[in-house]
Every structure is written in C-alpha cells, then in structure tokens.
Design a protein around this ligand. Structure first.
Ligand SMILES: [Fe+2]
Length: 237
C-alpha cells in the first residue's frame, strides 16, 4: 500500500478538477438561453447519468481487487437505495421542477456527440486491448474520476445555475445538489457514512498503487477522463 503515491495522484486529480472548472461551458453557463441550458441538462442526464449504473456494473464485473469492488458496490447501492427514490427518479423530478416533463425527458434523442461519449466510456472499460499496466488500477481510477470527482464539479455548477436561473431552492432540484455535495472531492458523507463518494475509492487506490509506473498510469487515466468530459461538453459551446 502506498499513501505517498496516492497523495501524488490526489494532487494531480486536484489540478484536473481545477482545469475542468475552467471549461467554457461552465464559465459561460449564465449566457446560455433557458432552452440551451435545459438541453445541456437533458443530454447530460439521458446520456451520461441514465447510463451510470450499467457502466459501473460493467466495470465491477471486471475488477478483481476486493477493495475496489467494495467501493463500486457501495456506490451502486446508493444509486438505487432500499428506501426512498432512486437517483434517476430524483433527476426526473428535478427536471420537471424546471419545466421538462418526464416523458419528454425520457424520450429525448441523444445527439451523435452524446452517443459517442457513452461509447468512449465503454471503450475504456471494455476494450481488452488497451494494454494497461494494471487493469484494476486503470478501471478504478477511471470510474473514480469520470464518475465521481469530475461529476462533483458538474453538479456544483448545474445546481448553482438552476438556483440562479429559475429561483428554485437546492432541495427542489435535489438530484443535482445531492450529487454536488456527495460526489465532489472532500464532499459530505451519505447518511450513515463517513466519507463522500470520491473518497470511497481512496482505500482501493492506495491498495493498488505500488510503483511510480502505476502512478503515471493513474495520471494518464485521469487525463483521458477529463478529455472525454470536455469533448462531450464541447457540443454545447
Ligand atoms: Fe456518486
């Protein structure tokens, strides 16, 4: 186990998050028309969010490291909790609150770029020929960065913009505020938990990171995750 290597990765990840915050979609979000902004929420939601559970399960079935498996399973359980609404149900309620009715939302056609983004998510975790040095580490890093830490940045921006633009309270768009606070790095724990979603992966990554070469691989994977996200968002600017 290497705490030092993990800390180095974590510092690198902080820089990725800062770069992501500067994406022009986020810095110029107030300039979008309501229609454009809702279109972003729709493509993002129906393309990326609605596919998240299947994507994560597909990673889970391949990862061998027990600590990584445990982290992924905990996150999957949070997505569809035993009590209360599922997260996708919460998303639909939040979108309805700002004027997108659930049937319109669910029947939205994905753009070519959104579909391409979904394909890139799966290409990374399903292509057996990608020649990772340590496949468990690469997949764990990928689902952490693309599925949690970067997501915290997205939902922080979306929540703040929903509140500003539509005058709603955070609680009325709970899907977005909830994922902002629980997914962002250093975020707040889920009920009954002690850490946020990004941190669920800390122990697994410390377990998997053993060499400088491993560290380089996690940095490369982080770069790819950011690149996929930025490419997706490029369609809206
Ligand atoms: Fe999460």
């Amino acid at each position: 186990m290497s705490t030092n290597l993990f800390n180095e990765f974590s510092t690198y990840e902080d820089d990725l998050l800062k770069k992501y915050e500067q994406h022009v979609l986020f810095t110029n979000i107030q300039k979008l028309t309501d229609e454009e902004f809702l279109d972003v929420l729709t493509q993002y939601g129906e393309g990326i969010s609605a596919n998240f559970v299947k994507f994560l399960e597909t990673a889970l079935r391949q990862v061998q490291n027990v600590k990584a498996q445990e982290a992924i399973v905990r996150i999957l359980r949070d997505e569809i909790p035993a009590v209360g609404p599922t997260h996708q149900q919460m998303r639909s309620v939040a979108c309805e609150r700002v004027g997108i009715d659930p049937i319109t939302l669910a029947s939205t056609k994905l753009t070519e770029e959104t579909q391409n983004t979904i394909d890139l998510y799966y290409e990374f975790i399903c292509n057996p020929n990608l020649n990772f040095k340590n496949r468990d580490l690469a997949l764990t890093t990928f689902v952490r960065v693309i599925g949690e830490s970067l997501v915290g940045v997205v939902y922080k921006t979306f929540t703040q913009e929903l509140v500003r633009r539509f005058g709603v309270h955070e609680d009325e768009v709970e899907f977005y505020s909830f994922h902002w606070h629980h997914d962002e790095k250093g975020g707040t724990p889920f009920e009954g938990g002690e850490i946020g979603h990004t941190e669920y992966y800390d122990v697994a990554m410390m377990d998997l990171l053993k060499t400088e070469e491993d560290l380089l691989e996690t940095k490369r994977v982080g770069d790819i995750a950011l690149e996929i996200r930025c490419k997706f968002q490029g369609q809206f600017v």
